[in-house]
Design a protein around this ligand. Structure first.
Ligand SMILES: Nc1ncnc2c1ncn2[C@@H]1O[C@H](COP(=O)(O)OP(=O)(O)OP(=O)(O)O)[C@@H](O)[C@H]1O
Ligand SMILES: [Mg+2]
Length: 262
């Protein structure tokens, strides 16, 4: 079993709403993520999934509790983490290749190496023919692939993804999910991903962290044991496995319990 690289201990976050009012978004969240793991955070809308991810990214500070990555307390954003947001975040005035090279350019990576790495990740996300095209000339799914390639090219220890495929049509989404499994295998990345799509969670996750709402807490952790510790890149193969439907039903019940409140 790989070592724990990310550990959240009793992390709580209250947002100040002004006028003496505060909103407790998450309460005493505990979470451990192991190296090379795909950890999927699942839960109903508003339960605090993005808040947890933003704290791991260092974009938000906890009100109490601790977040430790590779033995160091998370105090702000850092190069060891890369974030892919739900909205497309490519730079429209730069070609695909320049987008992917962007972070490396800022970090002073020499140009030959930069180009090689950019080409490698552009190929990995299946955009080799589009390296010189501008993002506005691409479809939504292709743009999201640019964002993923750009983030991976910075070689983050931890890839953070907040509903990265939420805005995509079903078929593109399914291809992207399969691509992500491939990336996790070939780039050996550790991934924490947020979704509220049950099927996506079961397909991708080595471990599902299910959050309850108001204030968000970790209700339970679910390991899709029926996958036998394997990552399977073809979605229908996962759906066909014994144990898939039962897990889907179990999570639907959890969602329903959480969803009917307030
Ligand atoms: N900057 C903020 N100021 C005040 N309240 C906030 C802020 N950010 C989030 N919240 C509140 O914290 C709670 C959790 O929000 P969060 O965005 O983390 O939920 P989520 O699980 O990601 O939801 P969704 O699935 O809809 O994206 C919500 O009640 C939200 O209103
Ligand atoms: Mg969110």
């Amino acid at each position: 079993m790989n070592d724990v690289i990310l550990k959240l201990t009793d992390v709580s976050k209250s947002f100040d709403l002004g006028g003496g009012r505060a909103l407790e978004a998450i309460s005493r969240v505990n979470l451990e993520v192991r190296r090379n793991e795909i950890c999927v955070i699942l839960g109903p809308s508003g339960c605090g999934k993005s808040t947890v991810l933003r704290m791991i990214a260092g974009l938000e500070t906890p009100t109490s509790g601790s977040l430790v990555l590779e033995g160091r307390s998370i105090e702000g954003p850092g190069r060891d983490r890369g974030m892919v947001f739900q909205a497309y975040t490519s730079f429209d005035w730069l070609s695909v290749r320049r987008n992917v090279e962007f972070g490396m350019r800022i970090n002073g990576v020499p140009s030959a190496e930069r180009r090689d790495r950019a080409d490698h990740f552009i190929k990995l996300v299946g955009l080799a023919k589009f390296a010189d095209v501008y993002p506005t000339q691409l479809s939504g799914g292709m743009r999201q692939r640019v964002a993923i390639a750009r983030t991976l090219a910075n070689d983050p220890e931890l890839l953070l993804m907040d509903e990265p495929f939420g805005a995509l049509d079903a078929e593109t989404r399914w291809h992207m999910q399969e691509l992500l499994v491939e990336i996790a295998e070939t780039a050996n990345t550790t991934i924490v991903m947020v979704t509220h799509d049950i099927e996506e969670a079961i397909f991708l996750a080595d471990k599902i962290v299910f959050m309850s709402r108001h204030p968000g807490r970790v209700k339970t952790e679910i390991v899709p044991v029926f996958k036998n510790g394997k990552r399977i890149a073809e979605k229908e193969k996962v759906i066909e496995l014994d144990g898939y439907s039962e897990m889907e039903r179990q999570i639907m019940r959890l969602m329903r319990e959480e969803g009917t409140k307030d």
